[in-house]
Design a protein around this ligand. Structure first.
Ligand SMILES: Nc1ncnc2c1ncn2[C@@H]1O[C@H](COP(=O)(O)OP(=O)(O)O)[C@@H](O)[C@H]1O
Ligand SMILES: [Mg+2]
Length: 378
């Protein structure tokens, strides 16, 4: 298991110079600096600092295009850093290729190999890992005078795989892989699907196979990029719970990307809220909800969203709006003092308002209607 440290990470993508679309855009635009914009880089991530603890379930949430997938791809090694450092388990991985990072990623599109059965999809990463590891002699092979070379054994496994079970050749390596595949398939309840091809699976089943492929490798870190967004609402809710339970059971450090705040709030140990390439706040779901760091977080987290009302502050405790006045409780004196006479945005969650008559002191009161009414702040 591993801690992941992201330190001061920046990412820019170069504009494609002279590309057809860029040329058309420059030609269509009347803006004088179109040429220089076309030739500059696009900054996608800025000053990202995030530490994901060993075994933690960290959710990255934010609107589409804010840079979540790019950050995940940087951790996986599928993109190169423009600036900063990434450590996985105290190892600086900035320049390591993806397969040396011991990280498994689940993509939104599942990215299963269409020409392989579910079994082979699950076994693929394990076979590759065995291939790049130094070969160990087979216990069975030691019984014969000249042990078969590893590549011959693999070829025999492959060639005999479709034969009746008595005719199949199983190397020790393939036996270990089969054990792991079966264990993962049991955990995800996809054992009956092992002989099928991806085209013979439903969306939910494909999604479980994609998860299984990541789990089979027993990596140090799971990265999941919106893995549930192709599922229908009911299945999404069910699978959400399954993923959280599996993660707790395995204890594998996980970074999970979603644009859905409900998903983030129900799954994450902690959540990093992102907007326009920057992290806005990192906190537990409850803390994000109760103590949002800024208006973006306050608005993004919570459904229905928080109400925002422009008001004037009048020390010590009065806030005024053309439609109402509100006296806040005593403990607000210190917080309001610096804002005396200034305009602020009053943020109120919908569930903290209730209609009441007669009007108590801590209420938003409307005077311009024929019937007086009050909304009590709870
Ligand atoms: N290879 C790329 N070249 C240029 N721009 C890219 C590339 N990949 C992503 N972007 C841009 O980076 C921004 C963030 O993209 P992405 O990380 O996919 O966002 P998210 O996953 O939050 O929806 C987007 O504006 C996107 O167009
Ligand atoms: Mg994305």
């Amino acid at each position: 298991m591993a801690q992941v440290v992201i330190e001061n990470v920046y990412k820019s993508f170069p504009h494609r110079q002279g590309g057809k679309i860029a040329r058309l855009a420059a030609a269509a635009s009347e803006v004088e600096n179109a040429e220089s914009e076309t030739n500059s880089a696009v900054s996608v991530l800025r000053r990202i600092n995030l530490t994901i603890q060993d075994g933690e379930f960290m959710v990255l949430v934010g609107p589409s295009g804010c840079g979540k997938s790019t950050l995940l791809r940087l951790i996986a090694g599928l993109e190169t850093l423009t600036g900063g450092n990434i450590w996985v388990s105290d190892r600086l991985v900035n320049n390591l290729p993806p397969k040396q990072r011991d990280i498994a990623m689940v993509f939104q599109s599942y990215a299963l190999y269409p020409h392989m059965t579910v079994y082979d999809n699950l076994a693929f990463g394990l076979r590759r890992a065995h291939r790049s590891a130094p070969s160990k002699p087979d216990s069975a092979a030691q019984l014969v005078p000249a042990p078969l070379p590893a590549w011959t054994k693999r070829a025999l496994v492959r060639l005999t795989r479709s034969l009746p079970s008595g005719w199949q050749y199983w190397s020790d390596e393939e036996k270990a892989i089969a054990q792991r595949v079966t264990a993962v398939a049991q955990m995800l309840q996809i054992e009956p699907l092992l002989d099928r091809y991806p085209r013979q699976l439903s969306g939910g089943q494909k999604q479980r196979v994609a998860l299984g492929r990541a789990m089979a490798r027993d990596p140090q870190v799971f990265l999941m990029d919106e893995p549930l967004s192709n599922l229908d609402a009911k299945l999404r809710t069910e699978t959400r719970t399954q993923i959280v339970n599996l993660q707790r059971k395995l204890g594998t450090t996980t970074v999970y990307v979603t644009h859905d705040q409900t998903e983030a709030m129900t799954m994450g140990d902690r959540i990093a809220v992102m907007n326009a390439g920057q992290i806005q706040q990192i906190a537990s779901p409850l803390e994000l909800y109760n103590r949002p760091a800024n208006q973006f977080v306050a608005e993004f987290i919570g459904s229905p969203p928080m109400n925002f009302i422009p008001v004037q502050v009048k020390a010590p405790l009065l806030i005024q709006h053309p439609q109402f006045r509100l006296t806040l409780p005593e403990n607000w004196v210190g917080a309001l003092r610096p804002y005396d006479g200034r305009s602020l945005l009053l943020g109120i969650r919908p569930e903290h308002l209730s209609v009441s008559l007669p009007a108590p002191k801590t209420c938003l009161c409307a005077w311009n209607t024929s019937k007086p009414w009050a909304v009590r702040l709870t």
